[in-house]
Design a binder for this molecule. Structure first.
Ligand SMILES: NC(=O)C1=CN([C@@H]2O[C@H](COP(=O)(O)OP(=O)(O)OC[C@H]3O[C@@H](n4cnc5c(N)ncnc54)[C@H](OP(=O)(O)O)[C@@H]3O)[C@@H](O)[C@H]2O)C=CC1
Ligand SMILES: O=C(O)[C@@H]1CCC=N1
Length: 269
């Protein structure tokens, strides 16, 4: 039997997931969305042909509820949902930091909850979604989450204790690469290249490097060594990266993201 899926809080990640589900073959008639603003509901209807409902209606009518509001809005959303969510629903949360316990405590006892940390490349079917079971979620519930998120990229099961780390690496991960591209494009400007050309050169270097990392099976150190000629250009750049502590900065940055995810666990931000 076809299941109905509702995306509650259809902002950036909710819409990315919605669009991916439609590309993966879900029928708009089997999807519901909730929004806070009517103009947003209209926009989503025009783009995807999906019906917008209230959070309470979504809880009553959908088999699977995907919660995609900000962590700070999660407590309020769960208060709205609680009277209507029965334990035969599957609740999937995509919110950073929010634990399955936080959600379970606010819903009908025994409601299955799965925590998922996707990332925005779900928009191009290259997402990574890290999945953990709450205390009432079975293998079948995890498989359902994998079916939904696997349609728009890869999935990985981890114990929930690793979700804050996974959020730092994978959920936030694309942003670090965009930041690097932005900074390296600025370097191209400094070196006298037109911005558009600098952008294209760096983006293609990023794509080439990413495909080699994924497909060659080689360790990144090996791949970097192959670029680094004796007394050449690359080693001059690497020395500067090491002198400026870029490796340590990245480690500290991801640790800060992990810590922020832990802070968000209270739902108060
Ligand atoms: N962006 C990302 O890369 C990722 C985000 N996430 C998680 O996804 C969640 C959403 O993040 P993101 O998409 O970036 O944020 P957005 O602000 O773009 O999306 C949240 C949406 O929820 C809506 N909303 C808030 N409260 C309610 C409510 N009670 N009922 C219905 N809709 C509501 C907001 O409406 P309004 O527009 O009116 O504010 C907004 O459109 C967060 O918990 C984040 O941790 C997870 C992985 C990656
Ligand atoms: O920045 C954030 O909090 C969200 C969660 C992971 C990516 N974006």
């Amino acid at each position: 039997m076809t299941q109905t899926v509702a995306v509650l809080g259809t902002g950036k990640i909710g819409e990315a997931l919605l669009s991916g589900m439609i590309r993966a073959g879900w029928r708009p008639a089997d999807l519901l969305v909730t929004t806070r603003r009517s103009d947003r509901a209209q926009e989503l209807h025009t783009r995807y042909g999906v019906e917008s409902v209230t959070n309470a209606e979504a809880a009553k009518n959908a088999d699977i509820l995907i919660l995609a509001v900000k962590p700070q809005d999660m407590g309020k959303l769960l208060d709205e949902l609680a009277p209507h969510v029965t334990a035969d629903r599957l609740v999937i949360s995509a919110a950073a930091g929010i634990t399955t316990t936080f959600i379970e405590e606010r819903l009908t006892p025994d409601t299955p909850v799965v925590r998922v940390m996707p990332n925005t490349p779900v928009l191009v079917d290259e997402g990574m979604s890290v999945i953990s079971a709450g205390s009432h979620a079975t293998g079948a519930h995890l498989a359902t989450a994998e079916e939904i998120f696997g349609g728009v990229g890869k999935t990985l099961r981890v114990p929930e204790s690793q979700q804050d780390a996974a959020t730092a690496l994978s959920g936030s991960g694309p942003a670090y690469f965009y930041f690097l591209v932005e900074a390296m494009t600025d370097a191209g400007i400094l070196l006298g290249l037109p911005r558009a050309q600098a952008h294209d050169l760096i983006v293609q270097a990023a794509i080439g490097a990413a495909v080699m990392l994924r497909d060659s099976g080689e360790h990144p150190v090996k791949l970097r060594e192959a670029v680094t000629s004796p007394a050449g250009t690359t080693i001059s750049a690497i020395r500067e990266l090491e002198n400026h502590g870029v490796r340590a900065a990245l480690i500290a940055a991801l640790e800060a993201a992990r810590d922020r995810s832990r802070e968000l666990a209270s739902g108060n931000g």
